[in-house]
Design a binder for this molecule. Structure first.
Ligand code: 13P
Ligand code: SF4
Length: 310
């Protein structure tokens, strides 16, 4: 299949032809963000996926996100522009090892961050995202012991916020681990007026310097309402596109990675391109599929999350 000259126009035509909706995460390439019908964080995207009336969901994000959309919509076609768009955090929690871990704590409730595979969701009681993790843990009776998986940094942050001790799976995200505390401090000295805003997947050494911590949507909202004129942003650099659009007169500085690399861009998210998104719509593939038994088991904790997030 060849590529049309006007990719933006061709994607708009295909949306109408297929009755498709394009859902995109903030960590996608700016071009993809610009063609999205809905752009959001993981919670917003799953809420949109739960209520869409489109026949086809084109998910511009990573595999676990598209899989969540499919779990909620077994009868819709769910397309992911690049099926290899995985997640280091989801990969850090293999199902067999997690089953053994869970068996060691039989009386624990399992709360899993949405950044995990359908197999892990199927072994969980409640799913959460970075936007609702604190609130969900607060809704659990105080005497109920909890396993929190797979992100240890989010888990530690939630523990601190709620005063709840939880058994943590020791996973992490390769992008949010990359920020250097030393370089962050140097940057703060150069920009003493800037506020540091950070995603809770960052390591504690970075979160310590943050003036505000939240999900990608929360960070975007915060920088618009804050009276500060400049921000050091410790999360995947894709979000800067929306921040700059929402507050064109403010300054957004990407927090520096340890090495001089582009490792503050998620290599998995960035496997999707506008060309691949067009081709996925044109050829109606690659599509997300999963065994019905896994889907049903994974659906239950996602539904609990949606009910607990109203
Ligand atoms: P949120 O979408 O909850 O902000 O999480 C960011 C992330 O790492 C997605 O992969
Ligand atoms: Fe996974 Fe991190 Fe990429 Fe998000 S940014 S998809 S958590 S590797």
């Amino acid at each position: 299949v060849g590529l049309p000259r006007d990719l933006f126009g061709a994607i708009a035509d295909l949306k109408r032809e297929l009755n498709a909706v394009v859902l995109a995460h903030y960590y996608q390439d700016p071009d993809i963000q610009d063609v999205a019908d809905y752009l959001g964080d993981s919670l917003g995207l799953s809420q949109q996926a739960a209520k869409t009336e489109a026949d086809v969901i084109v998910f511009a994000g990573v595999h676990f996100m598209a899989e969540t959309a499919k779990i909620l919509n077994p009868n819709k076609l769910v397309l992911l522009p690049d099926l290899d768009a995985g997640c280091s955090l989801a990969d850090s929690c293999p199902p067999d090892a997690f089953a053994q871990f869970k068996a060691k704590h039989p009386d624990h409730l399992v709360i899993s961050y949405i950044n995990c595979t359908a197999d892990i969701k199927a072994m969980s009681d409640i799913i959460c995202t970075s936007a609702n993790a604190v609130s969900i843990v607060r809704q659990i009776p105080a005497d109920q012991p909890i396993i929190f998986a797979p992100d240890r940094n989010l888990g530690k942050y939630v523990s601190e916020q709620t005063g709840r001790e939880m058994v943590l799976w020791q996973g992490s995200c390769m992008v949010h681990e990359t920020f250097s505390e030393k370089k962050m401090v140097q940057l703060k000295i150069q920009h003493p007026e800037a506020e540091v805003i950070a995603h809770p997947e960052c390591e504690p050494a970075v979160l310590r310097h943050a003036d505000y911590i939240g999900s990608t949507t929360a960070l975007l909202n915060y920088c618009q309402k804050s009276s500060s004129e400049s921000f050091i942003v410790a999360t995947e650099a894709g979000i800067l596109h929306q921040m700059q659009k929402a507050a064109p007169n403010k300054q957004f500085i990407a927090a520096p990675p340890v090495n001089n690399c582009a490792c503050n861009e998620c290599p998995h998210m960035r496997l999707n391109t506008l060309e691949k998104l067009y081709l996925a719509m044109k050829t109606r593939s690659p599509e997300i599929t999963l065994p019905e038994q896994t889907r049903l088991a994974a659906l239950r904790p996602i539904q609990r999350m949606l009910e607990m997030s109203i």
